[in-house]
Ligand binder design. Structure first.
Ligand SMILES: *[C@@H]1O[C@H](CO)[C@@H](O)[C@H](O)[C@H]1NC(C)=O
Ligand SMILES: *[C@@H]1O[C@H](CO)[C@@H](O)[C@H](O)[C@H]1NC(C)=O
Ligand SMILES: *[C@@H]1O[C@H](CO)[C@@H](O)[C@H](O)[C@H]1NC(C)=O
Ligand SMILES: *[C@@H]1O[C@H](CO)[C@@H](O)[C@H](O)[C@H]1NC(C)=O
Ligand SMILES: *[C@@H]1O[C@H](CO)[C@@H](O)[C@H](O)[C@H]1NC(C)=O
Ligand SMILES: *[C@@H]1O[C@H](CO)[C@@H](O)[C@H](O)[C@H]1NC(C)=O
Ligand SMILES: *[C@@H]1O[C@H](CO)[C@@H](O)[C@H](O)[C@H]1NC(C)=O
Length: 811
């Protein structure tokens, strides 16, 4: 036995656990180096189903071999005769048998004192001399994978360029079509390119994040850092806990993905992926246009710009982009229009000065005729630093969360026009008078400016620069006021036959306008709890909201006692009409149901995270989800919604409104509500859609559980698929249903802070991101605290399962 062991030791020049090579030693095809803690392994491998051999580094503990670095990318060894050696100059040399050098690490010509090559625990293969000076490291020559501690960017002193390149395909690690690198021109930005063309811009660093990827932000998994100084520009990240493995990889199709290794399941979970949608395609909308994935069509010209070729634009050919409606004036009188919530335009030809304030920045921009826009380069705090654009503004998109402000330079007359248009929307009393006013104002303005310019000529001074910053008018819209007579005609004088149903605040009628358009009219009953205030609230709110998953308000009518809201008509009624009906539920196969779940999620995300308003619906339920002719879901009934400034957090109310079965515990009991209350209701809706059963009034074998409790018990027992509606078995893919159930359970967790927010929910639904394990849901037994103990202090118009309930808490 002893003999066998010592025999093996002598013929293998590398011991099994060795992590270094010293001059004179060589590592053959059948031998490997393993890093000290056993995380990484260096050796020869054959990728995919190729037979040729490559030298590379992979994760030791990951069973499905995951290569993170390749040495001889373009020079495979065709036999198993490869051997890696370190010479006494500190060069790693890979030979193919006795033939010749296949690859070598870059060579130092000087003989080094005791050089040694070592595979570190980070996956970095390094060569250093006896005095611990680094001679070479594999992290300087990445393949398609960025490991923690690696740098992506440039060393301006040595000219070293750290970037990722895709493999040609899974059998061939030679450099492929796509690269991920830092474009150092102008204001440095991270880009993914295909050969030389930019495909996706992660964007420039604004102190908090990359402007085009709010996905890369503070998170419990890793910390990241962007460094830019005279010597280096780079992006790097470190894991918060090194017991987890995580990598960023640029896959063959140019998609950048972050994976996390889950020991328990032995698989790589996807953490995030970019680019994600068409708005991420570089310059998708052409120049001077903005891409907004929540609007339809997705491309729109910037305020003050018009399509360059209008006919193409109408046909969704956006390539040509937009041009200014009014030329810049250049000498004086120009101002700025502020847009919010954006991915800033391409900065490759921008100028930056980190020491200027926004005001100085604007003044600097006005001083140069070719400057077209400016923004803060640093978005921390109130913002600082100055970024200037001199040409077209390309690749702008709108974000619901995490976007920046951009100031677009505009001629004074254009600004006056936009302002006037905005004001006219605010006072929509008499359109004629307003347009006359606009005209007169415009005339006055230009006359005034003309004289001002004459006077100021030669004064070279911009202290009198007008600050025209105003919020963007993007979301403003005009709300028509309907005549009572017209509405009465359309609905047959609110005839019984036209009645569609009874909402929480009064009946809803179907109507047909003279031009044939079908409408739904919500008539607020006199006894309704929705007073004038709520009515105004609803009107103001909905008028501002435009999203394909929100029901569209066409207008309103207030005359005497009548308060009417006129909506687009939804031919397919509401979701409960289908889900809870034994026969109609068959019309909703899994594909449709998932489409509906996704739509509701997107609508809710828009409500919660729209850049200017934060709206909490507070009465989300299946009967408030309407369906259009194509079965697209539309959220309705905003009478109870509340808006919040962006910074506000959970709020206490002493008037609890909502619907039993959909209210989370912290709201029903303590009156505390936040966006997480809607998330709870949304979770209930998912589970109801999946199961075809109502949460409230659910009973199964008298166990005292509601639907949430039932779903939870099945989950804990590992039989979640038993929850699904019988009519779905044929149409559903189990993994997607399972995902929905898990997301549903995550949404209804007891503690609001455990529930995900809607952007996470949308991500969870539509991608393969890792899902955490849900904790016990709130209200998981049927007993509702109010029914049990406080019937005396509740004042309610509760009269059935689906009727909105108002509870006045006497505190
Ligand atoms: C590796 O292969 C060589 C022949 O190429 C052989 O002599 C040696 O025993 C092998 N080593 C191991 C550890 O299998
Ligand atoms: C060696 O250096 C040259 C030029 O400095 C560079 O082109 C080449 O890619 C380097 N090779 C390796 C393996 O580092
Ligand atoms: C590196 O190696 C190449 C040949 O592979 C040689 O031409 C070159 O002079 C070497 N550079 C140095 C600095 O030794
Ligand atoms: C890292 O994770 C491991 C296992 O999940 C845990 O035991 C350890 O406490 C964590 N370490 C830190 C510093 O969080
Ligand atoms: C690259 O990523 C995309 C998005 O996740 C995926 O659809 C595609 O299959 C991936 N390609 C490869 C070769 O893994
Ligand atoms: C930035 O602006 C300040 C003030 O105008 C100026 O002194 C400084 O030189 C500028 N820096 C650069 C890099 O242009
Ligand atoms: C305006 O800025 C551009 C771009 O930096 C520069 O080339 C040009 O010389 C500037 N013009 C003036 C008048 O300063």
């Amino acid at each position: 036995m002893l003999f066998v062991c010592s025999f093996l030791f002598f013929i293998s020049r590398l011991a099994a656990t060795q992590n270094t090579i010293t001059p004179g030693q060589s590592m053959r095809d059948n031998e490997t180096l393993i890093s000290a803690d056993g995380s990484f392994e260096l050796g020869f491998f054959s990728p995919g189903n190729a037979r040729s051999r490559y030298l590379g580094v992979w994760y030791k503990k990951v069973s499905s071999r995951t290569i993170v670095w390749v040495a001889n990318k373009e020079t495979p060894i065709l036999t198993k005769s490869g051997a890696l050696r370190l010479d006494n100059k500190g060069n790693l040399i890979l030979r193919n048998g006795k033939d010749g050098v296949v690859w070598s690490s870059n060579n130092t010509s000087r003989t080094q004192q005791n050089p040694v090559a070592k595979l570190l625990d980070s996956g970095n293969l390094i060569v250093r001399d006896g005095k611990d000076n680094m001679l070479w490291q594999s992290f300087d020559y990445p393949s398609d994978t960025m490991l923690p501690g690696m740098k992506l960017g440039r060393n301006l002193a040595t000219g070293l360029n750290w970037f990722l390149t895709t493999w040609k395909n899974s059998n061939n690690p030679a450099p492929g079509e796509f690269s991920f690198w830092i474009d150092p021109r102008g204001f440095p930005q991270l880009v993914i390119t295909s050969r030389t063309a930019i495909r996706f811009r992660l964007g420039s660093w604004n102190g908090l994040q990359f402007t085009g990827t709010p996905q890369v932000r503070q998170n419990p998994l890793y910390n990241f850092q962007f460094v830019s100084n005279q010597h280096e520009i780079y992006y790097t990240y470190e894991l918060q806990n090194n017991s987890v493995a995580s990598r960023v990889v640029l896959n063959e199709t140019g998609i950048l993905q972050r994976y996390v290794w889950i020991d328990r399941t032995q698989i790589w979970n996807l953490f995030f992926t970019v680019p994600i949608d068409q708005c991420d395609s570089y310059a998708f909308c052409g120049a001077n246009a903005i891409c907004n994935i929540g609007s339809y069509p997705v491309c729109a010209c910037l305020e003050g710009f018009v399509p360059k070729s209008p006919s193409d634009w109408k046909q969704a050919d956006w390539l040509d982009g937009c041009v200014r409606r009014t030329k810049l004036d250049c000498h004086s009188g120009d101002g700025f229009w502020k847009l919010t919530g954006l991915k800033l335009p391409d900065t490759s030809s921008s100028m930056v000065n980190e020491s200027l304030s926004l005001k100085e920045c604007k003044a600097l921009c006005l001083r140069n005729c070719s400057c077209v826009a400016c923004a803060n380069s640093d978005a921390r705090g109130v913002g600082s630093g100055c970024l200037l654009w001199f040409d077209k503004l390309t690749d702008i998109r709108h974000f619901v969360e995490g976007g920046q402000d951009l100031y677009i330079r505009m001629a004074a007359s254009e600004l006056a026009w936009i302002e006037a248009k905005k004001k006219s929307n605010e006072r929509k009393k008499d359109a004629v008078v307003v347009s006359c006013l606009i005209f007169i104002m415009g005339m006055l303005m230009s006359t005034l400016l003309f004289y001002m310019r004459k006077q100021k000529q030669g004064m070279r001074n911009h202290d009198d620069m007008k600050d025209y910053d105003k919020d963007s008018a993007m979301e403003e819209m005009e709300l028509p006021i309907f005549d009572l007579v017209i509405v009465k005609n359309a609905t047959n004088n609110f005839s019984r036959n036209n009645k569609l149903g009874e909402g929480g605040f009064g009946p809803v009628f179907k109507g047909t306008l003279l031009d044939g358009q079908e409408i739904a009219v919500k008539r607020l009953s006199e006894t309704s709890r929705q007073g004038r205030e709520e009515f105004k609230n609803e009107v103001k709110l909905i008028a501002k909201l435009q999203h394909r998953n929100l029901v569209k308000l066409l207008g309103c009518c207030i005359e005497g006692e009548e308060k009417l809201l006129i909506y687009e008509y939804m031919p397919n009624k509401s979701l409960d009409f289908f889900t809870f009906d034994k026969t109609r539920c068959k019309l909703l196969d899994w594909h449709r149901r998932f489409h509906i779940i996704e739509g509701i999620a997107r609508g809710l995300l828009y409500l919660h995270q729209d850049s200017r308003l934060r709206i909490i619906h507070r009465d989300l339920k299946v009967s408030n989800i309407l369906l259009d002719s194509d079965m697209n879901p539309k959220i309705s009934d905003f009478g109870l919604a509340r808006t919040f400034g962006r910074e506000q957090s959970p709020t206490n109310t002493n008037r609890v409104v909502g619907t039993y079965g959909y209210m989370p515990p912290e709201y029903a009991i303590d009156g505390l509500f936040s966006v997480k209350s809607d998330v709870f209701s949304f979770g209930v809706i998912i589970l109801e859609i999946v199961s075809g059963k109502r949460n409230r009034g659910f009973s199964l074998g008298g166990l005292g559980h509601n639907l949430l409790g039932y779903a939870w018990r099945l989950w804990v027992k590992g039989r979640p698929l038993e929850l699904i509606d019988n009519s779905l078995y044929d149409s559903c893919g189990p993994s997607q249903v399972l995902r929905c159930i898990q997301v549903g359970l995550l949404c209804v967790q007891q503690l609001p802070e455990d529930r995900p927010n809607m952007s996470t929910v949308v991500l969870m639904l539509v991608s393969d991101t890792f899902l955490p394990q849900p904790k016990q849901p709130g209200f998981y037994t049927e007993r509702n605290p109010y029914e049990a103990e406080s019937s005396s202090r509740k004042e309610s118009n509760y009269s059935g399962n689906e009727i909105t309930t108002t509870i006045i808490d006497p505190r």
